[in-house]
Write a protein that binds this ligand. Sequence first.
Ligand code: FES
Length: 104
Amino acid sequence: MKTKFIKAASARTLRPGTMQRVDLDGSRILIANVDGSYYAVDDTCSHEDASLATGSLKGELVKCPLHGSRFNVRTGEAMEEPAQENLRTYIVRVEGDDILVGLG
Ligand code: FES
């Protein structure tokens, strides 16, 4: 299936060190700005139903607000228990001020 890129956020408002949850085509996705590079992963923690966007971002690591698991937003890797499953990652493309996320 061909990847479809959808506008998800604005590079003007998503500043370095911040993240944002977006709902795209029925998927809840977290977009993070790490030192000017954008990454997209599932927003829902792989442990239970928590929105990672309400956690905290330090470098490449997002910390779940519920039980403290950390995930790498670049690779989706679960770095700290209790979460054991990695997050799905998405391709990100920037066009001007638009941050696009690839779905499908
Ligand atoms: S819901 Fe995220 S660590 Fe438990």
